[in-house]
Design a protein around this ligand. Structure first.
Ligand code: DX5
Ligand code: ZN
Length: 219
């Protein structure tokens, strides 16, 4: 069970301090949202920012590309310091090829599905991936409400990856209550942006860690 705080909700003027708080809370993974203003109606970080963060942190960088036709940026983001790169099924014409490109750049590969995209669309790439990221909001912004109709898809994903070493990550609208529902359904990596960074970061992460580990032990 892992928490991947989304840096999108952090204080951009104090990113180094914010990353330190995560490390002090025994967090090992950082979720970084790259948006292109085309696949989603927002713009966030690019490779240069990732490179700078990389110089200041040993966290595992989980880079979520919300980029239409992402092949051009994959090698650049890998070079900047990504450990895992996830690309959207909906943004890629040749999904299998793009995932292989991620691997070729010595980075773990994942595929992301929007809430409306069925799990069947990635059956053919299971051999290529280390992670499935299921969006529990429509991508583009932090602070949106969790879409609970995605829960059955988490269960389907869990069945689909049986016997394989593939993580199931969820992203969007996560709080103590929705995290519990996701873990019950089969998720093992929990992205949390607003929940983590609004208020007392350490206290928030302590509570979330408690909830998901308790749940994970009984699931
Ligand atoms: C949304 C991003 C998320 C976002 C989550 O498009 O992919 O990673 O940062 O933010 P919260 O946790 O606030 O919903
Ligand atoms: Zn994300």
């Amino acid at each position: 069970m892992k928490i991947a705080p989304s840096i999108l909700a952090a204080d951009f003027c104090h990113l180094e301090d914010q990353m330190k708080l995560l490390e002090q809370s025994n967090i090992s993974m950082l979720h970084i949202d790259v948006m292109d203003g085309n696949f989603v109606p927002n713009i966030t970080f690019g490779p240069d920012q990732i490179k700078m963060l990389r110089q200041r942190s040993k966290l595992i960088f989980d880079v979520h590309l919300m980029v239409q036709n992402p092949d051009w940026i994959i090698p650049i983001v890998a070079e900047a310091g990504a450990d895992i790169i996830t690309i959207h099924q909906e943004a890629t014409t040749h999904l299998h090829r793009s995932l292989q490109l991620i691997k070729k750049n010595n980075t773990r590969a994942g595929v992301v599905l929007n809430p409306a995209t069925p799990i069947e669309t990635i059956k053919h790439v299971l051999d290529e991936i280390d992670m499935i990221l299921l969006m529990t909001v429509n991508p583009g912004y932090g602070g949106q409400s969790f879409i609970s109709s995605v829960l059955p898809k988490i269960q389907e994903a869990k069945k689909l990856v049986e016997g394989r070493n593939i993580d199931i990550e969820v992203d969007g609208g996560i709080n103590l209550e929705t995290a519990q529902l996701c873990v019950e359904s089969g998720a093992n990596v929990i992205v949390a942006g607003s929940y983590t960074f609004h208020g007392d970061v350490k206290e928030n992460l302590e509570q979330l860690t408690r909830v998901i580990n308790k749940q994970g032990a009984t699931a």
